[in-house]
Design a protein around this ligand. Structure first.
Ligand code: MG
Ligand code: MG
Length: 266
């Protein structure tokens, strides 16, 4: 069953989504070679708690941390670790918060230090594909229109692998609601997009093969060929003509830019 949100509920959801964006901006300001992903997890969790919210992922089906932090060949659901990040790593940080009865859920992929051109392009195309999907997330379209737009751009136009095993989702009082929002599919198929539907769109795009496997920790999803993956996620509300993006990359991108300039001053 799909839960459509009222205007008042959407405003509460915007608050949750923007809090996730702010938490990711704190990560953006902090990430650098030498820091551990465990430190990043602690910083994000503290920020969420300071803002009178709880981390949605902690305890979700037993997930032990506030953030999913997935480095290089880890696609999603990575555990924070005590390993130090090194120059050239790419790090997907996925965060959820629960506030005022609603979840926010957003992800961003960060580069650490100097990245290869190949990895930079993967990140850029994956982020662009998210907005290609959002363009199709309007009243009158179907979930398959979003899915097709993402797959066409990343797989057909750029030759990347679109992960099939994991998908975006409805969002609200529960972290994962109906409908599922895949990053692959056919135009004109799937659930109809109606006013008040809030979904998390989250392309998970691999540089190489689309195939993935479950790490022995039971959570981390890794690419089968060991090549890197990127992941970006926005929460959006369906409306007429143009989706309302509830989360925001603006604070994250600003912090990322300031951090890069700071690092290049050394
Ligand atoms: Mg997420
Ligand atoms: Mg999600």
């Amino acid at each position: 069953m799909i839960h459509y949100k009222t205007k008042a509920e959407i405003e509460l959801m915007r608050e949750s989504a923007l809090l996730v964006s702010e938490a990711l901006a704190v990560v953006a300001a902090t990430i650098k070679p030498g820091i551990t992903t465990m430190q990043l997890d602690k910083i994000a969790e503290e920020f969420i708690r300071d803002n009178k919210a709880t981390a949605s992922f902690k305890g979700y089906h037993g997930f032990p941390f506030a953030c999913c932090i997935s480095v290089n060949d880890a696609v999603v659901h990575g555990f924070p670790t005590n390993d130090e990040l090194v120059n050239g790593d790419i790090v997907s940080v996925d965060v959820g918060v629960f506030k005022n009865g609603f979840h926010g859920d957003s992800a961003y992929t960060f580069g650490v230090g100097e990245l290869s051109e190949e990895v930079k392009k993967l990140m850029r195309v994956t982020k662009e594909s998210l907005y290609k999907g959002i363009e199709k997330a309007i009243i009158g379209n179907r979930v398959g229109d979003i899915a097709f737009a993402i797959q066409d751009y990343t797989e057909k136009q750029h030759g990347y692998g679109v992960v099939r095993d994991l998908v975006g989702h409805g969002l609200g009082r529960h972290l994962h609601e109906e409908p599922q929002v895949p990053n692959f599919g056919k135009r004109g198929t799937g659930a109809k997009l109606r006013e008040g539907l809030v979904i998390a769109i989250e392309p998970m795009i691999n540089l190489g093969t689309k195939d993935v496997f479950h790490d022995k920790d039971g959570w981390t999803i890794r690419t089968a060929d060991g090549k890197p993956a990127a992941h970006y996620e926005h929460d959006i509300c369906i409306q007429k003509g143009k989706a309302d993006i509830l989360s925001s990359f603006t604070p994250i991108e600003a912090a990322e830019k300031a951090n890069t300039e700071l690092c290049s001053d050394y």
